[in-house]
Write a protein that binds this ligand. Structure first.
Ligand code: SF4
Length: 359
């Protein structure tokens, strides 16, 4: 029988698993803590568990471990960008950002992304697979251990579209949230989507109090379609209707992400139209000076455009902030480090192939 990934089990599933091993289910409490709070990488480290039970666990299950391939640290603000290897050798990225209110990790939810947003490096190499819940949670353990920093906030804003990996993402939130584990409150967890409408409605029903962020980036469907293929499927009106339902059921404010692209969506008319769209909604706009990616065609909007855009929105009564640019001296934009790694690996593979065919 194939061994199971024990980190994937919820507390209730772990209790059942322990009972199936012929042991008392109270051991699940100890084991859950070892796995999700201490983040051990072997059963031998579970010192309050009998040797006999550890051997049974070893026989039927395994603990997953993620490895840091590379870490870049910003000299400007201490932001740490990690290239992390999954057990199947795929690579993903996580970023540790240091704010006054605590350390925030930006996690990946997929290897690559299907969504094809034109300003994003994460989608350039296509989509490979979705992450398991334990691989999402594992990014926290890996980064905490490597950096020695405690993480208090999580944003699902790394590689991948979280709502395209719905079940695993929701499970990972529940694991991270669980009192015997990391015990990070859902209010400290923020999930960002490009607008998969049916799954916004589904998430609203989950009774999870996480913050929902919508990557909007344009004020008309026509403009949105120019940079975000998902706009061919769902209109802005459909997204806003789903957001209203999310607010109604959770009481949570929605955050709208708006990457300002020079000459594309940064005019005063765009700001006024955005103000009109969001008027009366419990919402917050987060303006993002767009990251210029290697070979990307989009340019960052200049400072004065950003300031004027924010002033216009604020005058429309929409609370607006500009996201602080962190890690500007490292490859901090989502997907850049992985893309570099893939390019390098491809070069290596090509070289290996050329050399062996020359043999
Ligand atoms: S911005 Fe998000 S949804 Fe769009 S391609 Fe990048 S990772 Fe995917």
């Amino acid at each position: 029988m194939e061994k199971i990934n024990i980190n994937e089990l919820t507390f209730e599933e772990l209790e059942k698993f322990i009972e199936e091993l012929g042991e008392k289910k109270f051991h699940a409490k100890q084991i859950f803590k070892w796995l999700h709070r201490v983040a051990v990488t072997s059963f031998d480290e579970m010192t309050d568990i009998s040797k006999a039970l550890r051997e049974k666990l070893e026989e039927k299950a395994y603990i997953i471990e993620l490895k840091v391939i590379e870490c870049q640290t910003s000299k400007k603000d201490g932001t740490m960008k990690f290239l992390i290897e999954l057990p199947d050798h795929n690579a993903i990225e996580s970023v540790l950002m240091k704010y006054h209110h605590g350390n925030t990790i930006c996690v990946s939810s997929q290897v690559g992304c299907k969504m094809g947003c034109k300003f994003c490096a994460s989608t350039k190499e296509g989509w490979v697979r979705s992450l398991y819940a334990s691989e999402i949670e594992g990014q926290l353990h890996t980064v905490e251990k490597y950096s020695g920093e405690k993480i208090s906030n999580i944003v699902y804003m790394g590689i991948g579209e979280p709502l395209d990996n719905y079940d695993n993402v929701v499970k990972s939130i529940r694991l991270i949230n669980y009192p015997l584990g990391l015990n990070i409150g859902a209010r400290h967890i923020s999930l960002s989507t490009c607008g998969l409408v049916p799954n916004i409605y589904k998430l609203a029903q989950e009774n999870i109090q996480c913050t929902l962020s919508i990557s909007l980036h344009a004020v008309t469907d026509e403009k949105r379609r120019q940079t975000m293929p998902i706009a061919n499927k769902y209109t802005i009106k459909e997204i806003l209707d789903a957001c209203k339902e999310y607010i109604r059921l959770t009481g949570r404010r929605i955050s709208f992400e708006y990457a300002l692209i020079y000459g594309q969506n940064d005019s005063k008319e765009d700001a006024l139209a955005l103000g009109k769209l969001l008027r009366g909604m419990i919402a917050h706009v987060n303006l993002i000076p767009v990251n210029e990616i290697k070979n990307g065609i989009y340019k960052k909007a200049p400072e004065d455009h950003i300031q004027a855009f924010m002033d216009t929105l604020n005058s429309c009564g929409v609370v607006t902030t500009v996201r602080r640019e962190l890690g500007s001296d490292i490859d901090a934009a989502c997907g850049q480090l992985r893309k570099k790694y893939i390019d390098k690996t491809d070069e290596f593979e090509d070289k290996k192939y050329t050399e062996s065919s020359n043999d």
